[in-house]
Design a protein around this ligand. Structure first.
Ligand code: FES
Length: 96
């Protein structure tokens, strides 16, 4: 099952079916990801995928548009848009 680790706080959670990172953050404040718009408009929730990018769903169209506009590198994701794929693996995220 995918294991999600938030580097800044050390919080880790298993996601047997994968799912949305924002749901994990809403369930447990220890994830430590700040949100504002929650709709790929502001960029407040930027994360670096330090490990396990292959276990992440591709950027959404809205996410891609904002991150390109912000000139962010490939490994950057928006916490409000990022979905983890089902299956085994480790995804390590660094909050900006
Ligand atoms: S909370 Fe605004 S882009 Fe994610």
């Amino acid at each position: 099952m995918p294991r999600l680790v938030f580097e800044r706080t050390g919080f880790a959670v298993d996601l047997p079916e994968g799912g949305a990172v924002i749901d994990v953050c809403d369930r447990d404040i220890r994830a430590g990801v700040p949100f504002a718009c929650r709709h790929a408009n502001c960029g407040v929730c930027r994360l670096d995928v330090v490990e396990g990018a292959e276990h992440c769903a591709p950027r959404t169209d809205w996410e891609e548009e904002l991150l390109v506009w912000l000139k962010e590198p490939e490994g950057t994701r928006l916490g409000c848009q990022l979905r983890i794929l089902a299956g085994d693996g480790l995804v390590r995220l660094r909050v900006r």
